[in-house]
Design a protein around this ligand. Structure first.
Ligand code: C2O
Ligand code: CU
Ligand code: CU
Length: 495
């Protein structure tokens, strides 16, 4: 079945909700309360300290729990958060030193925790049916094998969109010496920007309206959990690590001054060289890092980060066209610099591929599908050997839907999109690829280093849940992702 724009509009108008939504409100098609943008101060999620460190690595503990937070001024919002906050605390790790993160589930549903961008063993990758039930915990081992901006989020089968929307997402940053030795802005000038769109009821509760499993589009933009924050900056360079942790919305970011964003990294690490752009397109789960040089602006300048894409069939009003504001408020010296070369990205030669596979992302039987199939943990749709280089053709069969396709385990490179070169800032290591209606995106990767079963899916979380997800198996004999390291009941033992 092909969905036309007219169908989409009809479906949106009739959306109803019959799901067991727990803490979520149901008001379909309703607008959030009006709020004044750029009033609330910008904030940064706290960095989590290890509870223990030894020669094996650093040990962390995170409890998933419900809490009430003030997102909209004067209103209280019930969320599900890592350590009761959303976004969750940021973990900062060093390449080559592993982290052991204990996730404790104090929420009334089974959870799965996935560290997106990490080459984890199958039993620690957050396989969608490797559940951590209420009252259980699981220790996840993360090897931290490359420097990049990752994120951790829920991945429970068919429930991911609701769980992440309720707040279960956080950033995870890995650094290494090469990166730290570059003169890029560091420390207080290295800032996470986790952007999300949400919709609120008049009492502040979150509205989950997935438009009959088509997609969820909020009408309020939040950065690090704050709607349209106002960040006071010095007149110097800053490094921003941006993550689209929304449910379905693709953003196209630009500065109100029409100045350049200087992109230095994509999903899985630094680009070879900085790329200047006035428009940065970022789909769900993509990460980019960019420098803004505020030194050219006089003190008192206000610069809005905008998202001027406006799609009348998904946006109920134009409130998603603004994201946050930077106010240049003080003078500061700046010893940072933007080097001409960052980290050389070694291009995987197309000729090294031993085979190609095609995955068609489309709709059928009232579901989102890959090659006309839905999720089945007993079926494997690709079986590269460890070390094989493969080209995957990611095809969007049409219908005006964008599919941000994510492949677990590996870092990939985009070869082309409909035969045309990727955008300049997409020419680095990535794990999510925007595939628009009718497009074919070719990606290349070397499968490994681990054997085992890993997921690939559309990262529009509503599509993923219903049911645009499949798995591949690297080699044979890999650890069973469900039975190898099962969650254990509380109480937790000491590390
Ligand atoms: Cu960000 Cu399979 O997930
Ligand atoms: Cu992932
Ligand atoms: Cu999709």
């Amino acid at each position: 079945m092909v969905i036309t724009r007219r169908d989409a509009l009809n479906l949106i108008g009739k959306s109803t909700l019959m799901l067991p939504l727990g803490a979520l409100s149901m008001g379909a098609g309703q607008f959030s309360p009006q709020i004044q943008p750029f009033q609330q101060p910008f904030r940064i999620p706290p960095v989590l300290n290890p509870v223990h460190s030894d020669s094996t690595g650093d040990y962390y503990e995170i409890t998933m729990q419900q809490s009430q937070v003030e997102m909209l001024p004067g209103l209280s919002t019930k969320i599900w958060g890592y350590n009761g906050m959303t976004p969750g605390p940021t973990i900062r790790a060093q390449r080559g030193r592993q982290s052991i993160v204990r996730f404790i589930n104090n929420l009334p549903e089974s959870m799965v925790i996935h560290l997106h961008g990490m080459a984890s063993l199958p039993q620690y990758d957050g396989y969608a049916e490797d559940f951590v039930p209420f009252g259980y915990y699981k220790d996840y081992i993360y090897p931290n094998n490359r420097a990049a901006t990752l994120w951790y989020h829920d991945h429970a089968l068919h429930q991911t969109s609701r769980h992440v929307y309720m707040g279960l997402a956080g950033m995870y940053i890995i650094e290494d010496d090469l990166e730290l030795n570059l003169p890029l802005p560091k420390g207080d000038y290295d800032i996470p920007l986790i952007i999300q769109d949400k919709r609120f009821d008049s009492d502040g509760s979150l509205i989950f309206d997935d438009r009959r499993q088509r997609g969820l589009y909020g009408d309020i933009m939040l950065v690090n959990g704050v709607p349209y924050p106002r960040m006071e900056v010095a007149n110097r360079k800053y490094r921003f690590r941006i993550l689209n942790a929304g449910t379905s919305r693709t953003c196209q970011l630009q500065l109100s001054t029409k100045d350049d964003l200087i992109i230095i990294a994509s999903d899985a690490g630094l680009l070879s060289a900085p790329v200047r752009t006035k428009n940065l397109r970022i789909g769900v789960a993509e990460r980019y890092e960019f420098i803004i040089d505020f030194s050219k602006y006089p003190i008192g300048t206000q610069i809005v980060l905008q998202n001027p894409i406006f799609s009348s069939n998904i946006d109920s009003d134009n409130r998603t066209q603004q994201v946050m504001r930077f106010d240049v408020v003080r003078q500061e010296s700046d010893d940072s610099d933007i080097p001409n070369t960052l980290r050389p990205v070694q291009i995987i030669p197309v000729s090294s591929a031993v085979r190609a596979r095609t995955f068609r992302f489309g709709r059928g039987n009232q579901l989102w599908q890959i090659n006309n199939r839905t999720w089945d943990k007993n079926r494997v749709d690709a079986n590269p050997s460890v070390g094989d280089v493969e080209i995957w053709n990611l095809v969007n069969t049409g219908g005006e839907w964008v599919h941000p396709v994510h492949i677990h385990l590996v870092d990939l490179q985009m070869i082309d999109r409909n035969g045309l070169p990727p955008l300049p800032y997409e020419r680095g290591w990535k794990d999510v690829f925007l595939v628009e209606s009718g497009q074919t995106v070719r990606v290349i990767a070397k499968y490994g280093p681990h054997a085992g079963k890993y997921m690939m899916h559309c990262h529009n979380l509503v599509h993923e849940d219903h049911d645009m997800m499949t798995q591949f198996e690297v080699g044979s004999g890999g650890a069973n992702p469900i039975t190898t390291a099962k969650a254990k009941p509380l109480p937790v033992p000491p590390f």
